[in-house]
Ligand binder design. Sequence first.
Ligand code: DGI
Ligand code: FE
Ligand code: FE
Length: 188
Amino acid sequence: MDREAALQLVKKQLTDHRYQHTIGVAETAVKLANNYGANEKKAELAAIFHDYAKFRPKSEMKEIIISQHLPKNLLHFHSELWHAPVGAYLVEKEAGITDEEVLDAIRYHTSGRPKMSLLEKIIFLADYIEPGRQFPGVDEVREIAKVDLNEALIVSIRNTITFLLKKKQAIYPETFHTYNDLVMNKED
Ligand code: DGI
Ligand code: FE
Ligand code: FE
């Protein structure tokens, strides 16, 4: 699917603000793909579709998690986590995307997972640092992202975990597993 067709499909699913975020993620993902040697077209497609399910009703997402045998423990954690795996399912079903690498990048864009592929890392990070993001610490991660993809992921996940701790929210175990995997496999 080409960029224009993908954007058209996604625009209908999102608010203007979220659509602008999506454009930012796509531009950032393309840059990261070129910098780190990933497939630019796959990065762009995954980025365009990454938040496809963001505004689906919670009840619909819950039904999909159950009927499609997505990880059941998601239901015990914040519903913000649901749109990523549910999005991967809907993007295949409704937009006809079948590329598993692209679908995995969508599926794991919120929690990450241990042993993430290069494409998964790029989408995760692009989502965090796209130009519209303004949270504390994001500029530091933008700088690190130019030179060290894994370190940028570590700092972004550390920031997210710290943010959730301060809000007294539960942390989804996959988020910790992702963090641990990256820290324990640092080559220094
Ligand atoms: O969809 P976006 O806003 O672009 O970004 P995202 O898919 O990374 O979702 C971010 C939201 O998900 C944010 O509100 C924090 C929440 N989140 C991310 N990781 C965890 C989490 N919430 C919980 N409870 N646990 C997590 O591990
Ligand atoms: Fe998201
Ligand atoms: Fe996003």
